[in-house]
Ligand binder design. Structure first.
Ligand code: SF4
Ligand code: SF4
Length: 214
């Protein structure tokens, strides 16, 4: 399987060879609906067993974690409690990531509750967490070739760094699925996803404010 095949647009393309256009188009516009297994199971439990969704399976893992585990946990449970249940925070912890290694976000605090979107906690050691210093772009276009959405990550990141929000929107930042492939591939270790996320968040806010005025 090729990453990021879990993204719904990539899955639809791989399974039924249909391409979902850029937002605001959604899968139903090409006659498709994608539900993950967890959602389908939650619907089954709600309809057949009258059980509301109050639990999640959350993975706690990492090279130095004593007992990496999957926990069936109630929403609202503090993340720190799950980390304790997996053997506690290792001494060489460099970063705690909410989510996976590609799309997850670094947490500043583990006293956060598990919520409906929590899937896992990745504990990186010092060595894994160290980020190489960003070097100048060598225009190799690797980031472009790996982007599953056909975007130009180097351009989006540069425009975001310059706060050129109009062009960031025009270059279709809202289509970015934040898969992290561009940043992972970049030989110059440029912080592409960080800037693209900044651009996406800002442009998303601008679009919402514009729509609210209509
Ligand atoms: S994170 Fe990078 S590679 Fe992934 S969709 Fe966004 S721009 Fe493309
Ligand atoms: S992969 Fe990195 S170095 Fe290559 S074009 Fe993209 S930003 Fe520049």
């Amino acid at each position: 399987m090729k990453y990021p095949q879990g993204g719904e647009k990539q899955l639809i393309d791989a399974v039924i060879s249909r391409q979902v256009p850029a937002p605001p188009a959604i899968p139903i516009n090409v006659g498709a609906v994608v539900q993950n297994v967890g959602t389908a199971f939650a619907v089954y439990e709600a309809v057949q067993k009258n059980k509301p969704l109050f639990e999640r399976i959350v993975t706690v893992t990492g090279k130095s974690v004593k007992n990496p585990s999957n926990f069936l946990t109630r929403m609202g449970t503090p993340m720190s409690q799950l980390i304790d249940a997996a053997g506690g925070l290792p001494e060489d912890t460099g970063k705690v990531i909410g989510g996976g290694p590609m799309m997850g976000k670094a947490l500043v605090n583990t006293e956060v509750p598990i919520c409906k979107g929590s899937s896992g906690v990745l504990i990186m050691n010092d060595k894994e967490a160290a980020r190489a210093e960003a070097q100048p772009c060598i225009r190799c276009a690797k980031c472009v070739s790996v982007c599953p959405m056909g975007l130009e990550p180097f351009l989006l990141a540069t425009l975001s760094a310059h706060k050129d929000w109009e062009r960031v929107e025009k270059e279709d930042v809202m289509s970015c699925i934040e898969c992290g492939s561009c940043q992972f591939t970049c030989p110059s270790h440029r912080y592409l996803l960080d800037y693209i996320r900044l651009g996406k968040g800002t442009v998303g806010g601008i679009i919402r404010a514009r729509n609210a005025k209509k």
